[in-house]
Write a protein that binds this ligand. Structure first.
Ligand SMILES: [Zn+2]
Length: 260
């Protein structure tokens, strides 16, 4: 008897042609993390997949496990194409950076919270007012990092757990977050003004109000995030993240993110 396909909510994060008639897709799934699957016949005219297998398509994946890492996608019940992402470069860049980090660093293991945050982020990036979009992008990427278990320590000193001073506070990528005055002594930490410190705490939250950041501060927070990714996820080429960093508001500013 043939094995039954497993059904899971999924988001398509990559799709390439394979052979004459098939496609290989990369999917974030709620039930099994990031997976690769072959969609046989997806490029045939009148394929049952239709136009569903596009970047950022959301729906229910029918996945047939195989003995290899490449599963078989037998069907994809589309619920949302997120077509609004393709029509606006800034939205597309934010979503693409999120997709890149997901495909690169999310393992093939169940992480429903990560998946739910990812889907919510994609939906919000698609509809956010233009002014809010840079901050929505920052929140989306920080949420993914937090769901990977790699959020900076913001409640106490990352090195010794001591309580943090009011006002300007040290931040160390290498130590993993904010530092108390004693640990920040010696100049190894970036100094974060109160407003940037509060903004980072707000950006890391799952919900709640988004901070309001000037273009200069958006640029600084983007640099801080990219540096964090390089320090904690590996200094590898991430072209979509780099493109997102250079978007509007991404080319000026000086704090926070001075060299340690
Ligand atoms: Zn300390």
């Amino acid at each position: 008897m043939a094995a039954a396909a497993e059904l899971t909510p999924a988001l398509i994060l990559g799709s390439i042609r394979y052979g004459e008639t098939s496609r290989i897709v990369r999917l974030a799934t709620r039930a099994a993390g990031v997976r690769s699957a072959i969609a046989k016949g997806a490029n045939r005219p009148r394929s049952p997949f239709g136009a569903a297998l596009q970047l950022f398509s959301e729906g229910t994946a029918h996945l047939l496990p195989t003995r290899t890492d490449l599963h078989t996608l037998t069907a994809f019940d589309l619920t949302d194409l997120h077509a609004g992402l393709a029509g606006n470069l800034e939205r597309f860049h934010a979503a693409a950076a999120l997709a890149e980090l997901t495909v690169r660093f999310v393992p093939p293991l169940p992480n429903p919270e990560l998946f739910d945050d990812l889907v919510a982020s994609i939906a919000l990036i698609e509809v956010a007012p233009p002014d809010a979009l840079p901050v929505v992008g920052l929140r989306s990427l920080w949420r993914l990092i937090a769901d990977l278990g790699l959020a900076p320590e913001v409640a106490g000193c990352a090195r010794d757990g001591a309580s943090l001073p009011d006002g300007v506070v040290g931040f160390s990528h290498r130590d993993g977050g904010f530092l108390c005055d004693a640990c920040a002594r010696g100049g190894v930490a970036t100094r974060l003004p109160t407003s940037d410190r509060e903004a980072l705490v707000d950006l890391l939250r799952a919900g709640g109000d988004l901070p309001i950041l000037s273009p200069r501060h958006v640029a600084a927070h983007r640099r801080l995030l990219v540096r964090w990714v390089q320090t904690h996820l590996g200094d590898v080429a991430l072209p979509a993240l780099e493109t997102w960093q250079r978007d509007r508001g991404g080319d000026a500013g000086d704090t926070p993110g001075d060299p340690e």
